[in-house]
Structures are given as structure tokens and as C-alpha cells.
Design a protein around this ligand. Structure first.
Ligand code: SF4
Length: 192
């Protein structure tokens, strides 16, 4: 089965709000440098533009700043998401984004596993709790950010970060992200 035909979890079906994914969102960017960034799940703009993290959203802009701080260009890294279809809930003016459920994350895990095996990253940077749980299999993202974790399943390193959206309105998390990015810069030198 092709990823674009997947009907494995409820995200392909009509939701309560009458909405369903408009498309499956695939990974994008270059696999040449074997550096992968994994976000959580598509939101409205990601679903519309078929991009794992659309650059014109506040979280997408924050991701751009993270990459700039690391002296990286977006087209030279590979970006993907742990869940490939947009999760929604009923909102006052239509469907609203929501976090994926554990069942949705585990249903979609075989796809991200295939993607990792196919692209062979040396380092995967997970962004947020959902992506860390999906790739590493452990929860508690705040206990794990800012350090390298060796993941035998993929024979590579994982470096967990907070999700760019989670730090937007929280200065203490912004400070934490700054420190984690300094550590990530050192980790990039260590791994590559
Ligand atoms: S979220 Fe993943 S498992 Fe669920 S339908 Fe989409 S591609 Fe399939």
C-alpha cells in the first residue's frame, strides 16, 4: 500500500466536524546529509500545503529560526512528521487542530519507521512529545531534551527538542530551547 492511500486509522475518515484530511502529508527536503527533523502531525496549513511544517505559520517561522541558529538551510535537511494526516476536533468556526491520540500515533508509526529505514539518517531531531514517543518509544520529553540518545532500532542518534509551537508564548521554554540548541550544535559536530 502507498502512504497516500493509507486508511489505517480514523484520521482518513470524516470527523465529527464533517472534516477529514485533504491529503496525506509526506516528508520533504534532502536526505543527502542524513539529518532528519520529525514534528508531530499536520495542522490546517500543513494539510493544505502538503508540508510537514508550513513555513508561514508561527511554529514554521520558529523552526526557521532554529535552523538559522544551527547554520542549516531547510532544503538541506529532511523534515517529516510522526503522524501523516491532520487530526481535528470541532471548533466554534469549523474544524480545529488537535494533538493526535496514542492510537493514531501507533497506527502511523510503521510509516515513519519505513521512512527512517529508507533515508538512513545519522541524527534525528524530534520536536515535541509525540515525535519523541513515536521515534524513541519513551515519553517525558522535558526530561530528555538537549542530549543525544542512541537508538539501536535505527542505528542512529536522536536529539529531542521541544516543539517550536510550545515555546511561542512561554519565555522560560524559550530560554530552555536556546540552551538545547547550543547543545544540539555540539551534538551535530559529534555525530557528523
Ligand atoms: S494518520 Fe497515518 S495511519 Fe492514520 S490514515 Fe493517515 S497515514 Fe494512515
Amino acid at each position: 500500500m502507498k502512504l497516500s492511500d493509507c486508511r489505517k486509522c480514523g484520521l482518513c475518515k470524516k470527523q465529527e466536524s464533517g472534516f477529514r484530511r485533504s491529503q496525506v502529508v509526506l516528508g520533504e527536503g534532502s536526505t543527502k546529509y542524513r539529518l532528519m527533523f520529525v514534528v508531530e502531525a499536520p495542522g490546517e496549513y500543513e494539510d493544505r500545503n502538503r508540508s510537514p511544517l508550513w513555513h508561514e505559520t508561527p511554529a514554521g517561522e520558529m523552526f526557521g529560526k532554529v535552523l538559522k541558529n544551527l547554520s542549516l538551510k531547510r532544503e538541506l535537511v529532511y523534515t517529516t512528521s510522526a503522524v501523516k494526516c491532520r487530526p481535528t476536533q470541532v471548533g466554534p468556526t469549523g474544524p480545529k487542530n488537535r494533538n493526535p491520540t496514542d492510537i493514531e500515533v501507533s497506527s502511523c508509526r510503521p510509516w515513519i519507521v519505513k521512512e527512517i529505514i529508507r533515508t538512513k539518517p545519522k541524527l534525528i531531531v524530534t520536536m515535541g512529545a509525540v515525535s519523541m514517543k513515536s521515534v524513541v518509544g519513551v515519553g517525558g520529553v522535558t526530561r530528555h531534551t538537549g542530549r543525544l540518545i542512541r537508538v539501536r532500532e535505527f542505528d542512529c542518534y536522536v536529539f529531542p527538542l521541544l516543539h517550536p509551537a510550545s515555546i511561542l508564548n512561554d519565555n522560560s521554554l524559550k530560554e530552555r530551547m536556546k540552551k538545547d540548541i547550543i547543545s544540539l550544535r555540539a551534538a551535530l559536530k559529534e555525530v557528523f
